[in-house]
Design a protein around this ligand. Structure first.
Ligand SMILES: CC(C)(COP(=O)(O)OP(=O)(O)OC[C@H]1O[C@@H](n2cnc3c(N)ncnc32)[C@H](O)[C@@H]1OP(=O)(O)O)[C@@H](O)C(=O)NCCC(=O)NCCS
Length: 268
């Protein structure tokens, strides 16, 4: 049963409001730890459903979660006795490399992960490059030799295609400051230029038509221009018999886009 924890709420709110100027005490650690314990036990929730069916975030609980990242340094963790049978070993030694890896995030030998990268439980294949400050989110895959720039966000379940299969494929390039939305897929050597944004569920292959409605509905293939904000759509066939999946450049990055794609620095 979800119960109220008024005293804990006040403590968490106080730490949240003051954490940048106050000395963090054992009691602060304990409060945040307690909130996480209660979440684990199902006695707290980060969002609650109102009587009218609408859901509302419980802000202080979210604050406790964020404070955990602020208050807790990374440390070596074990994810049980995992065993594999493969030709390419997985990398380790992340602490020294300045990379945070959430289990069971896996990086194969031969991939380069720059300092400051955060790897959620994802898979990075051999030959890939992941630039400094990038986050590869849960169940995202970075294919062999794919090149990801700095400060990118590869969202949950997104797929960045590699060059291994099919054999003729060229690597996908994701330039700096790109946002790839959840479950999106970029394959076949496509290039996503600096700062571009792919909404969730965008699929980009070499054949996908990319229509820029800001530029007279110009159609291109294989490349997303710098700063473009791209959403899934379709283009009707000339004879009107059907429509074909396409990507639509709706606009170029603005404040709204920046706000919706910003990485939460507290989680880094
Ligand atoms: C791409 C995204 C950032 C756009 O945000 P934005 O810049 O604020 O865009 P807006 O809401 O102003 O929308 C601009 C236009 O694109 C359309 N659009 C935006 N997102 C869309 C989507 N996902 N699918 C279809 N159309 C979309 C809007 O309907 C709007 O169309 P209109 O001009 O015809 O009215 C946002 O839609 C998105 O996908 N966020 C990422 C979610 C995600 O993957 N999170 C990561 C979880 S791990």
């Amino acid at each position: 049963m979800v119960v109220m924890h008024e005293e804990l709420r006040h403590t968490v709110d106080y730490i949240w409001e003051n954490h940048q100027r106050k000395t963090i005490t054992d009691a602060d650690h304990h409060a945040v730890h307690r909130a996480l314990e209660l979440l684990t036990a199902g006695e707290l929730r980060a969002a609650v459903r109102g009587n009218d069916g609408t859901w509302r975030a419980v802000e202080w609980v979210k604050r406790a979660v964020l404070l955990h990242f602020r208050l807790t340094p990374s440390r070596p963790l074990e994810a049980g006795a995992l065993h594999f049978y493969d030709k390419v070993p997985l990398q380790d030694g992340w602490g020294e490399k300045g990379v945070r890896v959430v289990p069971p995030g896996a990086v194969r030998h031969g991939a380069h992960i720059c300092r400051g990268v955060v790897l959620m439980p994802c898979f990075v294949n051999i030959g890939a490059w992941v630039g400094a400050g990038t986050m590869v989110d849960t169940w995202a895959t970075v294919g062999s030799c794919a090149q990801i720039g700095e400060r990118c966000h590869i969202s949950g379940g997104a797929g960045i295609g590699g060059v291994m299969e099919p054999i003729q494929a060229t690597p996908v390039i994701i330039e700096d400051d790109v946002f790839i939305g959840a479950r999106a897929e970029v394959a076949e050597g496509c290039v996503v230029r600096k700062g571009a944004v792919l909404a969730m569920g965008c699929f980009l292959s070499a054949s996908t038509k990319v229509m820029d409605v800001t530029k007279g509905n110009a159609i291109s293939h294989g490349e997303i221009p710098e700063g473009a904000v791209v959403v899934p759509g379709s283009i009707p066939a000339a004879d009107g018999t059907h429509s074909t999946y396409a990507l639509i450049i709706k606009k170029y990055r603005d404040e709204s886009t920046d706000a919706r794609t910003a990485l939460n620095s507290l989680l880094r």
